[in-house]
Design a protein. Structure first.
Length: 95
């Protein structure tokens, strides 16, 4: 069964995800489950711990994002979300 409000679920998830990424990127860890797979820039990250560690050590302090397009696709009891946009780094953490 598909969630009847899949589009609203997707929009709320995107809002929460980017709020976490902007305010405390280590919190993004909690949004992934043990079997999650994230591909970014050609690198595959699998499971919530690996994805969380990658987010925790991102080299920026401030982030601004612009969502250009978001598509939501219902899948049995869940929603697949595809976001296209721009991320702008405001300041880089010192090495």
């Amino acid at each position: 069964m598909f969630p009847p409000n899949y589009s609203e679920i997707g929009k709320q998830f995107i809002t929460h995800y980017y709020r976490c990424l902007r305010n405390n990127n280590a919190m993004v860890f909690s949004l992934y489950h043990d079997y999650a797979l994230l591909t970014y820039g050609g690198t595959e990250l699998q499971d919530h711990e690996t994805i969380g560690n990658e987010h925790k050590y991102l080299p920026f302090q401030r982030l601004q994002f612009t969502i250009i397009n978001a598509d939501f696709h219902p899948i049995e009891n869940s929603v697949s979300i595809l976001v296209m946009g721009q991320l702008q780094v405001r300041s880089i953490r010192p090495s």
